[in-house]
Design a protein around this ligand. Structure first.
Ligand code: ADP
Length: 671
């Protein structure tokens, strides 16, 4: 019979694939999230850098415009003054006043010199006019005169310690500039340092280091109120001065923006890291759980396979006796499918009606928390067949050590029972054969024994006939007394013969063992005639010593008689070589520790140690014609009755064989 027990585990492929997909999506999302998180601050930094750079460019442009505007204002004022000087030259005081006003308007102006057409100094203000125009100014003049426009010379006079100057050369012409002849010139000298200091607002100077560079990239003026520039955000812008190349270079004191410019980004990163860590630990935890689950599944599969391959039935019950689990073997033993067993409470469908009371009794024990650890019983299959089983029960304990029910293992012992039965029958046959053999051995003695009553019958009946004959011939009346006596004797002898034949028949007939209360006296009496017969034959004196009060035993009478007969026969045979006056056979019975013991005591040759070793083995014999089955059968028979068969040396020489049987409790005092 086959029953569905466990579902086949899923083919791994589909589930595994689904699982890896389930993992892939969150992992990809987290990776994406992390990438965005890392990219965001970097991008913010980039944007900030760009913004700062743009701001710097705008500011630099604005400063350049301011510088240019300052110089342009000065140029305009010079042009106005130049026109006035050519058309209606003011008085020296007025001129000085105008010079002074120009100086006041722009502090970068450090010197104004008015040259005549021949190059002589007509008036000047500020620093002392130079002995000769510096080379850059001369160069500017050479271009300015033909073009009739004011022009700057390159910056000059800068040393590493001092800043540079720059000259503006303005040629003057009469008649409002229409005359072709040079009427003189105005040369204004500006300090580039003052220009930077005065024109650039303080807040800009605070944030940026400013440098003015000449054509050869030499610094001609510097301003770095907020410290040196970092070289990160820089910009260069040429001042749009006709004739001269001056570059305004700005360098922000600010460094590159930090990667984690603010707390927000920092905390986002920390949180992301935390997320990754917790995800990793979750991952580890889940993979461990999955691994454990896989191992558990394998274990389960292994166990299920093991349970299904068992031929021992397993059954678990909870504390209320409800069946919680059965294995395949159990289902097969009771012939019922799993579904009809699991969840069931007693009475169970496999209880056989004839042992119902026993089950109920045992089940009450289970509910009370006491169990029989091992017992034999019978289960019934649905078709009515009975299955003898051996059940082992043990408490079922959970992981916390609490008892949750009972676990039973059930063995189908049909085969064992059959073997036992066969064995028993064999044993019986053997015993019968042994009895027949005993009888065979005793046949000549029996013939002799039977001969006696038969001869007596014959002579008594002959006597009776004689009496009848004599009375017939003599015509005397029948002597009824004599006749009755002869016939009575004949009847008694016939009864004795019949008794012998019956006891032989009883002894040898094949029969089932039958236990009943038996007294030792009746057993001894049963074989007494035969024992006496053997003893007489061998010249042995028999002495029977039975106490008057001896409990009964629950036994098969014939078996016990056979045992006694075997032991006495062995005892008589052992005394074959004993001196005739020493040949004493005693049968003694006594009570000891709730047992009734019977000893067969001889004065024979005793038992040598090497003989003792094989004494009870079947077919062991030291006799030429011995079968060697006697003691083996005796022991089996005594053990069948729950008793023991032992031997010991007789202190007076010879051997004592003793068998002891449990005394029947109710009959302790019986004789
Ligand atoms: P058998 O009598 O056919 O030999 P048994 O099984 O009755 O077979 O006895 C086995 C052997 O045990 C005997 O051969 C004998 O050697 C020994 N034995 C049995 N009883 C006695 C006894 N009372 N005294 C000495 N030896 C004995």
């Amino acid at each position: 019979m086959k029953f569905p027990f466990t579902q086949q585990p899923d083919p791994l492929g589909a589930t595994e694939r689904a699982r890896s997909w389930r993992w892939l999506v969150p992992v990809l999302l987290v990776l994406l999230f992390l990438a965005v998180l890392i990219w965001l601050p970097w991008q913010a930094r980039q944007m900030e850098a760009t913004e700062r750079q743009e701001q710097l460019i705008a500011d630099t442009l604005w400063v350049e415009q301011t510088l240019r505007f300052e110089l342009a204002r000065s140029e305009e004022a010079l042009a106005g003054l130049g026109t006035d000087l050519v058309t209606r030259p003011p008085s020296p005081q007025v001129l000085q006043a105008r010079f002074q006003q120009m100086f006041n308007n722009g502090h970068e102006l450090v010197r104004i010199v008015w040259y005549g057409p021949d190059g002589d100094v007509l008036a000047s203000h500020g620093l002392e006019p130079p002995a000769a125009l510096p080379a850059p100014t001369r160069l500017a003049a050479s271009v300015a005169v033909p073009s009739r426009r004011g022009r700057y010379g390159e910056a000059y006079g800068a040393t590493p310690a001092t800043s540079g100057l720059i000259d503006y050369y303005l040629p003057l012409y009469a008649n409002g500039g229409s005359s072709k002849t040079l009427a003189g010139s105005l040369v204004a000298t500006y300090s580039l340092q003052v220009l930077l200091d005065e024109t650039v607002p303080w807040w800009f100077a605070q944030d940026n280091a400013l440098t003015l560079l000449d054509r050869d990239e030499r610094p001609v003026a510097r301003r770095a109120a907020g410290g040196p520039g970092r070289g990160v955000y820089t910009h260069r812008r040429e001042l749009d001065l006709p004739g001269a190349l001056v570059v305004l270079s700005t360098d922000s004191v600010k460094g590159a923006p930090k990667l984690l410019p603010n707390l927000l980004v920092g905390s986002v990163i920390v949180l992301a890291l935390g997320l990754v860590l917790s995800l990793a630990s979750l991952w580890r935890h889940i993979s461990r759980t999955l691994a454990a689950e896989r191992a558990l599944r394998q274990q389960m599969a292994f166990r299920t396979a093991m349970e299904n391959s068992l031929i021992t039935g397993l059954r678990a019950r909870d504390l209320e006796g409800r069946v919680t689990y059965v294995n395949r073997a159990f289902c097969e033993i009771v012939g019922l499918p799993l579904e009809e067993l699991v969840g069931k409470k007693p009475p169970m469908p496999y209880w056989a009606p004839e042992v119902m009371l026993e089950y109920e009794e045992r089940f009450r024990g289970v509910l009370a928390g006491t169990i029989t650890p091992q017992f034999e019983t019978v289960f019934q299959r649905p078709d009515g067949t009975r299955v003898p089983v051996l059940v082992y029960e043990a408490p079922l304990v959970d992981a916390d050590g609490r008892q949750t029910g009972w676990m039973s293992s059930v063995q189908d012992i049909t085969d064992r029972k059959r073997a036992e039965e066969l064995n028993r029958q064999q044993q019986e046959k053997l015993e019968t054969s042994a009895r027949l053999a005993t009888m065979g051995e005793m046949s000549s003695m029996l013939a002799h024994e039977l001969n006696q009553p038969l001869a007596a019958i014959s002579s008594y009946t002959a006597g009776a006939l004689n009496v009848l004959e004599r009375t017939n011939q003599a015509g005397e009346p029948v002597n009824a007394g004599m006749l009755r006596h002869a016939l009575e004797q004949a009847r008694q002898q016939a009864q004795r013969a019949g008794q012998i034949i019956r006891s032989i028949h009883e002894f040898v007939k094949k029969r089932e063992p039958r236990r009943e209360p038996v007294t030792i006296r009746s057993v001894v009496d049963g074989v007494r005639a035969l024992v006496e017969l053997q003893a007489r034959q061998a010249g042995v004196t028999l002495r029977v010593e039975l106490p008057s009060l001896l409990p009964q035993v629950e036994a098969d009478r014939v078996m016990l008689e056979q045992v006694l007969l075997n032991l006495t026969r062995n005892a008589i045979e052992a005394m074959h070589d004993t001196a005739p006056d020493q040949r004493l056979l005693r049968i003694a019975a006594f009570q000891e520790d709730g047992k009734v013991a019977v000893s067969v005591i001889d004065r024979g040759h005793g038992i040598a140690p090497e003989v003792a070793a094989g004494l009870f083995s079947p077919f062991y014999s030291t006799k030429a014609e011995g079968m060697g089955m006697g003691l083996s059968i005796c022991r089996t028979a005594i053990e069948f009755h729950g008793g023991t068969l032992t031997h010991a040396p007789n202190p007076e020489g010879g051997t004592i064989f003793t068998f002891a049987l449990p005394a029947q409790a109710a009959s302790r005092a019986l004789g």
